[in-house]
Ligand binder design. Structure first.
Ligand code: AMP
Length: 383
């Protein structure tokens, strides 16, 4: 029987889940799935990838290798992704013969900033002012409308601040245009930020959506540095952020998970920056402090099972461990682990390069402020 993506039959433990992408998100999804009794097959170009180390089987292939993706689909009862830069065409190719969640339509939106912002604006979601940029004239016209400062971003393929230029003047725009080298792009107003927030939502096959408490995030060099749940914002604002995120999951008609990254502006407005239709770095805390981790939750959603509680046992904070920490040799794990309430997560990556996400720490506290202080203190012990 050919499964259909609209099928609401549960895919029960013992079945096989295929994951496209074998990085740390795939690894933590695999751990959650294995804990529930599923088998997991991971497709990734790197043989010893983080998820491949814990999965039952690996397919070593590029993400645009449709034959290998079809083998993954054939072997699996459901296929999901660990990141949105899996080519939508790969998902499209396997969709007729597999349960693929999220579907290619959602991934296609999330992997192109112009499509994403247009979808959000059309869904009445507040976003920063933006224009698509296809040539130098459209860039000039966009800047005339938006003014400076502005941000130019490649429409696809950029992450962690790569492919982004802040434009303070016409000269900046010309220089950035040269570097863009003809790639499709978007230009956005530069938002005066108070905070960066994210809300992670799971939505099941029946359309029930459930979100985690809002996470408050800080970045260093455009890479997520710390994330705290719940965010240190008013209950009213948290409700607004959660409603916004759930509205987006519904508008996407998602089955799976979406992380909605938002800006809180200095004048108190919420603007949506980006969608990630999968678990998110700002939800890693849920592994240690929520009734259901985001990794278990996405498996439940993809497999058509009821969603678990998103309640937190305690406020919790996460700090990323980047490869830079290894600059002077192995970090002092033993010293850090003298803090008994701190949890260490390492992703099994052999090579520590600057800026590369190698692992993270989580700490809980009586308050979000205390959790954040604890996790920062524990990370400083590693240096
Ligand atoms: P992104 O790749 O869109 O997630 O952007 C990475 C980071 O750049 C964000 O987390 C913000 O810190 C910053 N950023 C992106 N877009 C804007 C914007 N329009 N205004 C101000 N800061 C931005």
């Amino acid at each position: 029987m050919t499964p259909s993506p609209s099928n609401t039959d549960p895919i029960l433990p013992g079945a096989t889940i295929g994951i496209l992408g074998g990085g740390q998100l795939g690894r933590m999804m695999t751990i959650a799935a294995k804990r529930m009794g599923y088998r997991v097959v991971v497709l990734d170009p790197t043989p010893d990838c983080p998820a491949g180390q814990v999965a039952d089987d690996r397919i070593v292939a590029e993400y645009d290798d449709i034959v290998s993706a079809a083998i993954l689909a054939e072997t699996s009862d459901a296929v999901t992704i660990e990141f949105e830069n899996i080519p939508a065409a790969t998902l499209e190719a396997i969709e007729p013969n597999a349960v693929v969640r999220p579907g290619s339509g959602i991934v296609r939106i999330a992997q192109n900033r112009v499509a994403e912002k247009t979808f959000l604006r059309d869904s009445n979601v507040p976003v920063p002012a933006f224009h698509a940029v296809t040539d130098l004239d459209s860039l000039k016209n966009a800047l005339l409308d938006i003014g400076t400062p502005a941000v130019l971003k490649t429409a696809s393929g950029g992450y962690d601040g790569k492919g982004q230029w802040k434009l303070d003047s016409a000269e900046d725009a010309l220089a950035a245009w040269d570097e863009l080298a003809g790639r499709e792009a978007i230009v956005e107003e530069f938002v005066a930020l108070d905070k960066e927030l994210s809300v992670i939502v799971a939505r099941d096959v029946h359309g029930t959506a459930l979100c985690y408490p809002v996470s408050e995030n800080t970045h260093a060099n455009h890479i997520l540095d710390t994330a705290v749940m719940p965010a240190m914002i008013s209950p009213n604002l948290a409700k607004q952020a959660e409603a916004l995120a759930i509205g987006i999951a519904n508008a996407l008609d998602l089955v799976g998970m979406v992380a909605v990254e938002m800006f809180l502006t200095q004048d108190g407005r919420l603007l949506v920056n980006e969608l990630a239709p999968r678990p998110h770095n700002s939800g890693h805390q849920t592994f240690d402090a929520a009734v259901t981790s985001q990794f278990e939750q996405v498996i439940r959603a993809v497999c058509g099972l009821p969603l678990g509680s998103t309640e937190l046992y305690r406020p919790v904070a996460m700090a990323n461990l980047l490869g830079d920490l290894w600059a002077n040799g192995e970090p002092d794990w033993q010293g850090m682990l003298t803090m008994p309430d701190v949890k260490l997560h390492l992703y099994g990556k052999a090579e520590a390069r600057p800026g590369r996400k190698m692992g993270h720490l989580t700490a809980t506290g009586r308050t979000p402020e205390e959790a954040l202080e604890r996790v920062q203190e524990s990370r400083s012990k590693l240096e």
